[in-house]
Design a protein. Structure first.
Lengths: 225, 268
């Protein structure tokens, strides 16, 4: 009886779980066949997700960074920021479309500036790490094992073959073509590993939903614990 | 066999998942080097050190990111480390806040004193640059509406560079943004979903990230290192047996197709 009382939607918290279950089953009904219930819940989910995002946007962004500084702290200059951003919507006007370019220009300028930093922080250390990989044991690197040496040599071979595959400036013939073919094979192996991980991730999505049905709805402890 | 309705396969997969989620199965996992490195980096932290957790997942990737975040918070609390959480996805703000509140309450970790949630920021690159320059004025308030400058957990902290570590728990491609804009003295650890993990090995190899927990499988390994029973183990076991089932389906399907072709050839 205790289980039944906890299971039934007798309070708000349980009601929300039951609604969650209804949504989950409605979405999964697509696996049986395309149906209007699935369509309805699909549209409802998209609408809810978009609507939900408006809440945090309003509270955490508009209020915190715009309304509060203007009304409470008196930074009146901030009042111009949102109208300036909204100039972007002039893109829909044939006559005043040029105004939107001012905002677009600002955005492109900011993005380009950010990208300079991103390039140096994101890609240069990788380039540096690749060039510093020791390919043989010497006095400079006594801790290096043969396993690490093989790993580094493989890394460099794969890197060079894949780069050769992506060299399109001239026709690939003879040995260059053979290296490029190896590069393609290495790429396929890499993509296969990514695809394997994708299958694992998709399976985890389904497991997450079934966990919700068992743990939150049916109140069955998962993992036999 | 080739005429079997695919819906039967879905049903068998569903039953398989239910059985292995409920089964009291504890298969030991071998610890992969990225998970071991992750663990070792957190072990190096001293009590009172400050860690930023970037939690950007929502209900859709719960099976992978929830066990990761739970295990990471458990480890941080064990090391008596102070931590703050930030989300770049609106839905993640509430999910990570509720999860952290539950896990910290169990261990008596005090909100505001030992941990805090900074809420939702929409543009990570701009937010990081802001936090590097002036953290209290960039974040302004926590999820409870308290001014960041008044939170004891970050008392006197002016910049992100005063943190020891950033831990990104995410199904999105946010880790390159953390790598690009965060201070170079702050170590970055990464908890991606399995689908994002393959791309992150380059960052692991170059040392831009110091450790990685990959999906539910990584969470299982991490729980094993911590000696705790969490959701990682049942989820990873279920994934393994679901993969075996899918492989069996593929083999059966190919076998049936081969037999059909042989029969057709014989009849011809």
């Amino acid at each position: 009886m205790d289980w039944l009382q906890a299971f039934l939607p007798l309070n708000l918290e349980r009601l929300s779980v039951w609604i969650g279950v209804l949504c989950t089953l409605a979405i999964y009904s697509l696996l049986y066949r395309e149906n209007p219930i699935y369509r309805f819940f699909e549209h409802m989910y998209i609408g809810l997700a978009a609507g939900y995002s408006l809440g945090p946007l309003g509270v955490d962004i508009l209020y915190r960074y715009w309304i509060e500084p203007i009304w409470i702290q008196g930074y009146w200059a901030w009042a111009f920021v949102v109208p300036y951003g909204m100039y972007l919507y002039f893109i829909f006007s044939e006559r005043y479309g040029w105004i939107s370019r001012i905002v677009i220009g600002t955005l492109i300028g900011a993005s380009a500036g950010l990208f300079f930093q991103e390039f140096s922080s994101r890609y240069l250390p990788q380039l540096n790490s690749t060039l510093q990989k020791p390919l043989w044991v010497s006095d400079a690197n006594p801790d290096l094992t043969y396993g690490m040496i093989i790993n580094n040599i493989l890394f460099v071979i794969i890197l060079l073959s894949v780069l050769t595959y992506f060299t399109f400036s001239y026709e690939q013939r003879g040995p260059v073509k053979r290296v490029a073919i190896w590069g393609r094979w290495f790429l396929m192996i890499g993509l296969g590993a990514i695809f394997g991980n994708t299958v694992m991730a998709r399976m985890a999505l389904m497991i997450g939903r079934i966990y919700y049905l068992l743990n939150d709805w049916l109140l069955i402890r998962v993992g036999g614990g | 066999m080739l005429s079997v309705d695919r819906r039967w396969l879905y049903l068998i997969l569903f039953v398989n998942i239910v059985i292995f989620l409920l089964a009291p199965l504890r298969m030991p996992a071998s610890i992969s080097p990225p998970v071991q490195k992750f663990y070792d980096e957190i072990e190096k932290l001293q009590p009172g050190d400050l860690v930023m957790i970037s939690s950007n997942w929502s209900a859709s990737t719960l099976a992978e990111n929830q066990p990761q975040l739970e295990a990471v918070i458990t480890h941080l609390m064990r090391k008596q480390v102070r931590f703050t959480i930030i989300s770049i996805e609106a839905q993640s703000r509430d999910i990570s806040y509720r999860l952290a509140e539950r896990v910290t309450k169990e261990k008596g970790y005090q909100y505001g004193e030992q941990w805090a949630h900074f809420g939702f920021v929409p543009n990570l690159a701009v937010a990081i640059k802001g936090m590097v320059t002036d953290l209290p004025n960039t974040i302004k308030q926590d999820v409870r509406g308290t001014a960041v400058a008044e939170l004891p957990v970050v008392q006197g902290v002016k910049s992100l560079s005063e943190y020891k570590m950033i831990i990104d728990v995410t199904p999105t491609g946010s880790v390159p943004v953390w790598i690009s804009y965060s201070p170079k003295n702050v170590k970055i650890l990464y908890c991606p979903t399995s689908v994002m993990a393959a791309e992150a090995y380059t960052y692991l190899d170059s040392g831009q990230i110091k450790g990685m927990i990959t999906g539910a499988k990584g969470a299982q390994e991490y729980e094993q290192l911590l000696g705790i029973t969490g959701l990682g183990a049942p989820f990873a076991n279920t994934i393994s047996f679901s993969h075996l089932l899918i492989i069996a389906f593929i083999l059966l399907g190919n076998f049936a197709m081969l037999m059909n072709r042989l029969q057709a050839r014989r009849e011809a």
